[in-house]
Design a protein around this ligand. Structure first.
Ligand code: NAD
Length: 366
């Protein structure tokens, strides 16, 4: 029999990949809780929407009363918490929403989950998991070309985004230590892949290129990130949620360190092969559209993950290399134009109207 997953932020980039994986590849039952901010997109869940193992609930995680009702109705075995404000540039322009959702929202969800967990008995109580999904950005800037973030690396966040994620990680650990709530935490490197909101580097570059627009690169493009295909992250999350040891942190990474400029140039090379017909005739390569812009304040130079613990304990390894994953990603954006055209036009947000009606619908049971 399947487990019951309550996933927060399931209409986002990573959350929707987790839910597509849970419905397509497992027998688990999923309740998706999402407020549908600008980053939430129900189009990304079209392939699971009609499953009788899936339900959607338009809710703010800060609303403890509604969350308590949903937890009591749905009776989850696992709360997987992905709801967050996630874009570093937006956190620099306006940190308030990050404080509210990432810190206050996580606190609020912890309290709702704790109250629900205390109503459980026996093995259901012992086996319950609160899985907090976090980022490698909490560790700050890596010094030296050889060092890697391990689960023991001290926290040193640089941006308002990473500071709020670090704060939420501390709250989750405290709720375990103080109240005994059975938690697991994962810290993952940069994801890429299908259904990625076009404000993030990789989709932004692909879509700008095929529209003949400049390809902005921060500073000299020398910042190094460790890239992981989003479906590999989704599989890792389900492994940790179902088999991870209580109270433990697992780092997740792709062993794919790349400079930002290298990523952009790789995308241009792939587009020169796969989208040559769309290249403006004045260009010999999409690379000619690369434009260096002022660096982001506080920009970390290097992130890289040591993912040996999750490999050793849970046997998880990424299936995609950077070469295979980035090719799949470019092909996906070239094929799935309606998805991103509806994002760029704003039409994807029309789904919110329908979602508001769904919010009052009764919870589907398996
Ligand atoms: P995203 O911005 O694409 O999605 C976030 C989702 O949360 C959206 O659907 C949004 O509507 C929802 N949400 C926001 N505030 C909410 C609230 N108050 N109540 C309910 N729902 C709310 O983000 P993502 O890239 O999918 O990231 C998901 C999680 O994974 C985040 O916690 C992020 O820190 C973490 N993470 C992401 C990456 C990455 O590369 N994308 C890497 C490591 C960790």
């Amino acid at each position: 029999m399947g487990l019951r997953f309550l996933v927060t932020g399931g209409a986002g980039f990573v959350g929707s990949a987790v839910i597509r994986h849970l419905i397509a590849d497992t027998v688990h039952v999923v309740a998706n809780v999402d407020k549908l901010t600008y980053a939430g997109n129900l189009d990304s869940l079209a392939e699971v929407a009609s499953s009788d193992r899936y339900s959607f609930h338009k809710l703010d995680i800060c609303n403890q009363e509604s969350m308590a009702r949903l937890l009591s109705d749905f009776q989850p075995d696992i709360v997987m918490h992905l709801a967050a404000e996630s874009h570093v540039d937006r956190s620099i322009d306006g940190p308030a929403a990050f404080i509210q959702t990432n810190i206050v929202g996580t606190y609020s969800l912890l309290e709702s989950a704790r109250a629900y967990w205390q109503t459980l008995d026996g093995s259901r109580k012992a086996n319950f998991r609160f899985h907090h999904v976090s980022t490698d950005e909490v560790y700050g800037d890596l010094e030296g070309a050889e060092s890697l973030f391990t689960e023991e690396t001290p926290y040193a966040p640089s941006s308002p985004y990473s500071a709020t994620k670090a704060s939420s990680d501390h709250l989750v650990r405290a709720w375990q230590r103080t109240y005994g709530l059975p938690v697991v935490i994962t810290n993952c490197s940069n994801n890429y892949g299908p259904y990625h909101f076009p404000e993030k580097l990789i989709p932004h570059i692909i879509l700008n290129a095929i529209q003949g627009k400049p390809l902005p690169v921060y500073g000299n493009g020398g910042q190094i990130r460790d890239w992981l295909y989003v479906e590999d992250h989704a599989r890792a999350l389900v492994e940790v949620a179902t088999r991870g040891r209580v109270g433990e942190t697992y780092n997740i990474g792709g062993h794919n360190e790349k400079r930002n400029l290298e990523v952009v140039e790789t995308l241009c090379t792939l587009l020169d092969e796969l989208a040559v017909d769309e290249r403006p005739t004045t260009l010999k390569s999409y690379k000619e559209l690369i434009t260096f812009v002022n660096d982001r304040p506080g920009h970390d130079q290097r992130y890289a993950i040591d993912a040996s613990k999750i490999q050793r304990e849970l046997g998880w390894v990424p299936r995609e290399t950077f070469d295979s994953g980035i090719r799949k990603t470019v092909e996906w954006y070239l094929i799935n134009r309606p998805w991103w055209q509806r994002v760029l036009s704003g039409d994807y947000q029309l789904a919110r109207l329908g979602a508001a009606d769904l919010a009052t619908a009764t919870v589907k049971k398996d």
